[in-house]
Design a protein around this ligand. Structure first.
Ligand code: GLC
Length: 634
């Protein structure tokens, strides 16, 4: 046998070493580096991207609504994400298992695509897993801002993540980190406060949702720590809470300093805490649509703030770049993607979006580098969260939905969110805490016995609903009845007349009024009045008996003319499913500690009016809140 020359042996040895070093991989022909979790994320991204076609890359940039997506679409287009929009559910009162089965069906379709890239599944879990029947419904953000308790909010994030995972979902479009500067805005309750420092503090929900970046871990990169956590989404970037007269999706007129000091602080903190995604706002800044704002999305957010997750559009957000929306869809796609949007919440006509973007790339209008930046960011999040290793829902979390621990946590949040605005007439002794052993009490008002009203919008349906069958929970009336002594007679009348009130010898009355549920533009209001004749109910009851008024609203409302007649006034915001938290402080088991996260105006003519303004003349200033000591509910 011819002796192999020393040189040829060396060449063979060198080539073998190269192949092993280069691939650090076994010789297995079926091996794909991107599927190897031992490989660094950047290597997995590079390996996968070099295998992807343009259509598969654009597919990853596409998010489709669950109501129209099919297994074939997921498989054939390599779709990056599916969502359930506000109120969308597999079917009414679907259980956690039903949700998980649906999500897993979609996921298995994605895994059967050519490259098997799994989807992330998004939903608006904005105050608990609120689309889902019998999930724990936490107070909306405005109430959490009143708690001034970032640790509580982090714990709520962790509980929400568990309930979202109970349904097999791995991505929450939360938190909204708007600074609501005008209560006429229909989304003011989704904001923690008008004060950017409070908003910034409450981004603590992000490590709750996603997990805490480990000590020594790299700040400022997308992070997800475990199968019991979900991706978060800071929204809506930027200035959504500062629009003219609070008109939703309108124009935020402010200079650079105003934008950075009022509306940006939450994003600084969110990025440091590893937020994985950021959603762009429908609104405009000084006339420029945010969805088309390359300077703020790419130059500032990505290049200056070094955000390394992915930027997602809002629902049909790129369509709304034009007026009317969709008037020139190709132009909208060009502007939105060029601005730096990485994933588009289409959500229905995915082929129109994919075809438009494909054409723009083929015509060299949008460079391949922009597509690659978007896909790299999306894949970075997917690899970082372990999605390729754990793509399917984990049944061990099914029991977390609506668990008693979470309801107890929500009850704690309700207690801490209530703000005591008045407690007694002038020199009279305080009215609160109320006695549990009164002989007969009246509970009145449209919001006393209505779980839907106390949960507000984004609850089971997009706009929220009315009544006690919407989901599981405890009404404020139910909580009061549980809290008082057995011998105490509790009389409930939603809208009593004055004679009725006078004819009974009530020890005191609790009047629960407020706003009807709403979401987004449907909540925009010019007068901010109480619903269901709340003013009349207050007048009739409070003129006849000692009264405590509890306002269930997403924001400060017009109340000033009535305050003199009230013996006590409590802002309950939108407390959610655990009404017992209201009774806990009304009867002194816990003291009032909440501080208003919003300026409470006297009249709407004063608006917008924020702390620090020259003519600041509120009914109750930002930060106002009377305290009471717990009496153990004597
Ligand atoms: C909505 C909202 C946004 C939400 C999205 C998906 O229009 O603006 O907050 O996450 O659509 O439901």
């Amino acid at each position: 046998m011819a002796k192999l020359s020393f040189l040829s042996m060396g060449v063979i040895l060198f080539l073998c070493c190269c192949s092993v070093i280069a691939g650090m991989a076994p010789a297995d022909p079926g091996y794909s580096k991107y599927k190897d979790p031992s490989q660094p994320v950047h290597a997995r991204i590079r390996d996968l991207m070099r295998r992807m076609t343009l259509q598969e890359k654009i597919g990853q940039m596409t998010q489709v609504d669950s109501s129209v997506v099919t297994p074939e679409i997921l498989k054939n287009y390599s779709i990056g994400s599916v969502l359930s929009g506000g109120g969308v559910s597999p079917f009414p009162r679907a259980k956690a298992r039903d949700w998980m089965d649906m999500v897993n069906r979609f996921q298995n379709s994605s895994l059967s695509s050519r490259l098997g890239i799994p989807i992330i599944y998004g939903i608006d879990a904005v105050h608990g897993h609120n689309n889902v029947y019998q999930a724990t419904i936490f107070p909306h953000n405005v109430g959490l801002g009143a708690t001034r308790d970032p640790d509580l909010v982090k714990r709520i994030g962790a509980a929400t993540a568990l309930e979202v995972r109970a349904t097999g979902i791995n991505y929450a479009f939360a938190p909204c980190i708007a600074a609501c500067r005008d209560p006429r805005w229909g989304r003011c309750y989704e904001s923690y406060s008008e004060d950017p420092s409070i908003v910034k503090a409450m981004t603590s929900i992000i490590p709750g949702l996603q997990g805490e970046i480990p000590a020594g871990g790299r700040k400022g990169v997308p992070y997800l720590g475990g199968k019991d956590k979900v991706l978060a989404c800071a929204k809506h970037y930027v200035g959504d809470g500062g629009t003219t007269r609070g008109i939703n999706e309108n124009n935020t007129v402010t200079d650079w300093h105003g934008l950075l000091s009022i509306h940006m602080p939450g994003y600084y903190k969110a990025i440091i805490e590893g937020v994985s995604t950021i959603m762009v706002s429908y609104s405009s800044w000084n006339g420029m649509k945010m969805h088309a704002n390359r300077f703020l999305v790419t130059d500032f957010l990505k290049n200056t703030l070094k955000f390394r997750g992915f930027v997602i559009s809002d629902w049909k957000g790129i369509d709304k770049i034009t007026t009317p929306p969709g008037a020139n869809y190709t132009y909208s796609v060009q502007m939105g993607i060029s601005a730096g949007i990485d994933m588009v919440m289409v959500p229905f006509n995915h082929t129109v979006f994919i075809d438009a973007l494909t054409q723009l790339v083929n015509d060299n209008v949008i460079p391949m580098s922009r597509i690659d930046d978007a896909v790299e960011r999306i894949l970075r999040v997917k690899f970082m969260m372990g999605l390729f290793e754990n793509p399917l829902g984990d049944q061990t979390y099914l029991s977390q939905l609506g668990s008693q621990d979470h309801r107890d946590l929500a009850r704690e949040a309700v207690r801490k969110s209530l703000v005591l605005l008045k407690n007694g007439q002038n020199a009279d002794p305080p009215v609160l805490p109320l006695a549990k052993n009164a002989s007969k009490i009246l509970v009145a008002g449209s919001h006393a016995n209505n779980l839907g009203y106390q949960c507000g919008g984004w609850t089971i349906t997009w706009q929220g609903g009315s009544g006690n069958n919407l989901t599981s929970g405890t009404t404020i009336l139910g909580a009061i009845s549980k809290a008082v002594d057995l011998e105490t007679e509790v009389v409930f009348s939603e809208n009593p007349d004055a004679d009725f009130v006078k004819s009974h010898n009530f020890s005191y009355a609790i009047v629960v009024v407020g706003e009807l549920p709403y979401a987004e533009t449907a909540g925009d209001s010019k007068n901010l009045t109480l619903a269901d004749r709340g003013e009349d109910i207050i007048s009739k009851v409070c003129s006849s008996v000692k009264c405590v008024v509890v306002v269930v609203s997403g924001r400060p409302v017009t109340i000033e003319p009535l305050v003199a007649n009230m013996d006590a006034l409590v802002a309950a915001w939108l407390p959610g499913s655990e009404g017992e938290g209201v009774a806990d402080v009304l009867f002194g088991d816990y003291g009032f500690t909440g501080k208003s996260p919003m300026t409470w105006f006297k009249t709407v003519d004063q608006l917008p009016m924020n702390v620090g303004d020259p003519h600041y003349d509120p009914l109750f200033p930002l930060g106002f809140g009377l305290a009471t000591e717990p009496t153990g509910g004597q």
